[in-house]
Ligand binder design. Structure first.
Ligand code: ADP
Ligand code: MG
Length: 655
């Protein structure tokens, strides 16, 4: 049997002539290979049905004695273990739309996390896939997880989001045209075709949810886990979302979602329900058998009462906790499969003939080492696609790009005006020295804070995409590192030119180059430092820590207290402060290279007319440029690698 969902039931943009002619036009311009899609309803009007069928034997999932124990308590408080799931059991057959229901805090998301393989620590029990114990890696290749919050790239349009996902999730053998066919197919089915050019940040709640589903559908998963896909949607968006999920299930996928409190009509759409209360299973079985089950245990659902509401009221303990115990006993905590309809026989033969271009993860990457084996495309391709996405984002990003350029120009002009011509004035050498330090402060603070403030938002998208196997962390990290280089160089260059010219530093190319290189290295080091903090801490803690940790670095730079006057037991501090090397390098650029006497205006006393004397007094060695550059590059490497390690740890720690 076939459930044909018309566009008018999916999405709001519907049923009107425009949508139809849109898709018809599209079909004309991109002739579909009908033999590939021909499984569908046979009369050739398949455009409203989802034609991408699963490629593999559908998955029958069974789980036994699942427990999950969370560890509560932090660094300084006593750690205590808290069991959240208590030996629950169940079976999720293929081709069904399954709802995990229960009151808030019942453990729905936790169960979903465990079954999807997102949680990896503190778990007991076994999950079986088609009768054999689950191999998590293999399973992850077939499944996807759609989080409750929609973590989309807000600056990219729907179409761009889809293209990026297709380029990452489909094998590189798939041609551009085929990818576009798949994308159009999915967007049509999900009612997003008209919003193709809308930025994901501007989509409505329901559209965002469908967008999240669309992105994961590209790799044609056999099992989809969705955490509260309907929460926050209006009732018509809810219904269309669930109908869509039902259609996907009918094609042989297992669709498992948690749901908070469905209306009676929505509830009827689900094939099977799994009711949780405080980490125990109250009922599992077909939706239709729920009411009879409640009858048999003696808590008949009152007439005209939504069974979904009633069972949740029961699960909340509104009718007494003994009833909960009774139900747990009756279902044997999910072991009993008596209320369970065998799924309709699906014609798997037909499915295997279906679309061949939708390649699963396995075929893409033959290597079997760690996470790379999970990703569909080569490292080179991941990097290419991520760089493309990074540059599109950078081009559209108001804060990260335009504000940053603006700030560099503004601060450059301001400092330039304040210290105008200080560089060639023998009476203003100390002023000029202050300027050089201010320049370092500017480079350090602006880049570090920008990263601390923006990276945590990226983090949640990273966690989702990484878990859904879009790319490996290495390639993501490499792309983040590379994407920012052009803009950093550009901003630093503009700033350096403005300030160098306005404050009349010595007009020699060598000196300017030294000045610029030191500034740029400080920018990169500060950014890596920010990344390290941003990868570990949230915005609030990061904003506190970043500047706070920078203060000792300023102390040890040799600016306020010269390195000569630094007590010997604190001298080590000057080695861990990258600003020290920055200051030395930048002072070396301006006053090093045996710079001669600086002109002194008439009637003025110029104490530091001779740069040598000045350098002696402030105890800065100006002949260390090479060492300064090496030290800064070392800092850069160490901080970048630390940030990577922290990121890697963080990705695993959240699981
Ligand atoms: P829901 O059914 O609302 O999705 P969850 O699965 O998110 O519920 O959580 C179930 C229970 O477990 C809640 O009471 C929650 O407070 C608790 N819990 C979840 N994760 C942790 C954790 N890491 N540490 C302590 N308690 C947790
Ligand atoms: Mg939840």
């Amino acid at each position: 049997m076939e459930v044909v969902i018309h566009e008018s039931t999916i999405g709001h943009s519907v049923g009107d002539g425009a949508t139809r002619s849109d898709s018809a036009k599209d079909n004309n311009s991109v002739p579909l290979k009908t033999e590939k899609f021909s499984y569908s309803n046979g009369n050739g009007t398949a455009d409203a049905t989802f034609r991408m069928l699963p490629q593999k034997t559908p998955i029958d999932m069974q789980f036994e004695n699942i427990t999950y124990t969370a560890v509560e308590g932090g660094l300084f408080s006593k750690k205590n273990k808290k069991e959240i799931l208590h030996q629950v059991n169940g079976r999720f057959p293929p081709g069904q739309l399954i709802a995990i229901m229960g009151p808030s805090g019942a453990g729905k998301s936790t169960l979903l996390d465990v079954l999807s393989g997102y949680r990896i620590r503190g778990i007991g029990g076994t999950v079986y896939i088609n009768g054999t114990a689950r191999n998590l890696k293999e399973f992850r290749k077939l499944s996807c997880y759609i989080t409750q919050d929609d973590r989309l790239q807000p600056l990219l349009t729907v179409e761009e989001n889809m293209e990026i996902a297709a380029d990452l999730k489909l094998s590189s053998d798939v041609s551009k045209r085929e990818k576009n066919e798949i994308i159009d197919e999915i967007l049509n089915t999900l009612g997003l075709f008209k919003s193709k050019k809308t930025k994901a940040g501007g989509l409505s709640g329901g559209q965002k949810k469908r967008m999240s589903i669309a992105l994961e559908l590209i790799s044609n998963p056999l099992v989809m886990f969705l955490d509260e896909p309907t929460t926050g949607l209006d009732s018509s968006s809810c219904t269309s979302c669930v109908k869509l999920l039902k259609e996907l299930a009918r094609q042989g996928r297992s669709i498992i979602c948690t749901i908070h409190q469905p209306s009676a009509s929505l509830f009827q759409l689900f094939d099977q329900v799994y009711v949780l209360a405080a980490g125990n299973c109250l009922y599992q079985g077909s939706t239709d058998s729920l009411v009879p089950f409640l009858d048999t245990v003696g808590f008949a659902c009152p007439k005209f009462h939504n069974p979904a509401d009633y069972v949740i009221e029961l699960a909340c303990g509104e009718y007494g906790y003994d009833k909960i115990e009774e139900m747990i006993r009756a279902t044997n905590n999910g072991r009993s499969l008596t209320h369970f309809n065998e799924p309709e026989k699906l014609s798997y033969g037909k499915m295997l003939k279906a679309l061949h271009f939708c390649v699963s993860a396995e075929e893409g990457n033959a290597s079997d080492n760690g996470e790379e084996a999970l990703v569909a495309t080569s490292k080179y391709n991941q990097l290419k696609v991520l760089l493309r996405r990074g540059f599109i984002k950078a081009k559209r990003d108001q804060t990260l790009t335009y504000l940053r350029i603006g700030v560099n120009v503004m601060v450059g002009l301001m400092l330039g005006t304040l210290y105008i011509k200080a560089g060639i004035d023998g009476s203003k050498v100390l002023d000029n020295y202050n300027l050089l330090f201010s320049i370092l402060m500017h480079h350090m603070m602006s880049t570090m804070m920008l990263t601390i403030l923006t990276f945590p938002a990226e983090m949640s998208i990273l966690i989702k995409e990484h878990f859904n196997r879009w790319y490996s962390l290495k390639m993501y990290y490499t792309s983040v590192t590379l994407v920012d280089i052009p803009l950093s160089v550009f901003c630093c260059f503009i700033f350096s030119v403005i300030i160098y010219y306005m404050t009349s530093q010595p007009p020699e190319l060598v000196r300017f180059s030294m000045f610029f290189v030191t500034s740029l290295l400080v920018v990169f080091v500060a950014q890596s430092f920010g990344l390290m903090i941003g990868a570990y801490f949230n915005v609030v803690n990061g904003t506190f820590l970043g500047p706070t940790l920078s203060v000792p670095m300023m102390m040890f730079a040799g600016f306020g207290v010269s390195l000569r006057d630094l007590p010997y037991y604190l001298y080590w501090g000057s080695y861990i402060s990258y600003l020290r090397f920055g200051l030395e390098g930048i002072v070396g650029a301006v006053y090093g290279l045996d710079r001669g006497e600086i002109a002194c205006p008439e009637d003025m006393y110029c104490h530091y007319k001779y740069p040598k004397k000045f350098l002696q007094d402030v105890a800065v060695r100006a002949d260390q440029f090479d060492n300064d550059v090496i030290a800064l590059i070392l800092f850069l490497f160490v901080l970048r690698i630390s940030a990577y390690v922290i990121l890697r740890y963080k990705l695993m720690a959240v699981r």
